[in-house]
Design a binder for this molecule. Structure first.
Ligand SMILES: Cc1cc2nc3c(=O)[nH]c(=O)nc-3n(C[C@H](O)[C@H](O)[C@H](O)COP(=O)(O)OP(=O)(O)OC[C@H]3O[C@@H](n4cnc5c(N)ncnc54)[C@H](O)[C@@H]3O)c2cc1C
Length: 295
């Protein structure tokens, strides 16, 4: 049931350090970016904290240059990502996940950082960012640091960052030469229906089209998005992708540990993890070798 928002104090710090200080001075506080996760959450699940720290005016994040090839600022939104032309085919998985976000009305508000920091099992952008070896940079009252996106999630709603950490950037390394990314999601009905399961991959190919490395990750197939670790070894096979489709599907299903929910049973979700992964890998295997090798 939706309820009116209870009152809370809203502040607009102008620097990242001010934001961190405010967060550390008030235990009942949180950061707010686009608010598309938090505000519905406060209306239905949990009351808002006493102090809400809106990041919209933090300089220099409040400029137009929110996305470049290797860095996203914390205010970069799903729409910013959709507009940004990543030319390297290794970014195809990330571009697809951003395009298929599934909620056009909120895409100009919803940030990539908020998507990760909410640490939901169905977080749309985590899987492609894991395959790209992206890192989250943060500052906190005890110092600054970075953590790779595959190590970011502790449990639903909870990251491994220090208490009160403020994410200051998402770093996305340039994919290796001759690599190709892809992302595939299965939803409960139309493109805006709830996500059943999704998989992302970044595959590195030799000039003859055989595979020399890569990564695979899955979303909504466990309590938080995760990498399919066994896939790294399978993808180093120096064989044709067609020959390892089944092995990768099995590895993804083995890594999945879903719960039942009203959109599908755990058994169905696990089976779909395999199906989606196999279709994802076949979609790359069907790209002509010359097309991949020349990019
Ligand atoms: C109608 C609707 C459809 C949606 N569809 C999808 C979907 O298809 N896929 C999907 O993944 N999600 C979806 N969402 C959820 C949500 O929109 C996204 O997760 C969005 O990216 C959250 O970003 P935000 O900027 O709105 O985060 P906010 O709500 O502002 O914050 C989310 C969390 O991130 C934290 N946070 C924000 N910025 C920082 C920072 N710089 N440092 C540390 N912590 C920070 C906040 O404290 C909070 O815990 C949907 C939501 C709605 C309402």
């Amino acid at each position: 049931m939706q309820r009116n928002l209870p009152p809370f104090e809203l502040v607009y710090p102008s620097t990242a350090q001010d934001a961190v200080n405010l967060r550390s001075e008030c235990y009942s506080s949180c950061y707010l970016a686009g608010g598309t996760h938090l505000i519905p959450h406060w209306r239905t699940v949990e009351r808002p904290p006493e102090l809400v720290i809106n990041l919209k005016r933090v300089a220099p994040w409040n400029t137009d240059d929110l996305v470049n090839t290797s860095w996203l600022t914390p205010l970069a939104t799903i729409s910013d990502l959709q507009k940004h032309m990543f030319s390297h085919p290794g970014f195809s998985g990330l571009s697809t996940a951003a395009r298929e976000f599934g909620a056009p009305l909120i895409e100009p508000l919803a940030t990539v950082t908020g998507n990760l920091a909410a640490a939901r099992s169905n977080c749309a952008l985590a899987a492609p960012l894991i395959t790209l070896a992206a890192k989250v940079h943060y500052v906190s009252i005890v110092g600054s640091g970075h953590v790779s996106v595959d190590d970011l999630f502790e449990k639903p709603g909870c990251t491994t960052l220090p208490h009160g950490a403020l994410i200051t950037a998402i770093e996305i390394p340039t994919p290796p030469p001759n690599s190709h990314g892809a992302h595939l999601s299965l939803r409960g009905g139309t493109t805006s229906s709830p996500l059943i399961v999704a998989a992302s991959t970044l595959v590195e190919l030799n000039d003859d089209g055989t595979v020399r490395g890569g990564r695979l990750s899955i979303t909504n197939a466990a309590s938080t998005p995760r990498e399919v670790i066994a896939a790294q070894e399978i993808l180093r096979a120096h064989t044709r992708l067609d020959d390892i489709v089944g092995d990768l599907g099995q590895a993804a299903a083995d890594a999945a540990d879903p719960d039942d929910d009203r959109w599908g049973s755990a058994k169905y979700r696990k089976r779909m993890t395999r199906v989606v992964t196999e279709r994802l890998i076949k979609s790359i295997a069907s790209i002509p070798t010359t097309e991949v090798a020349t990019q």
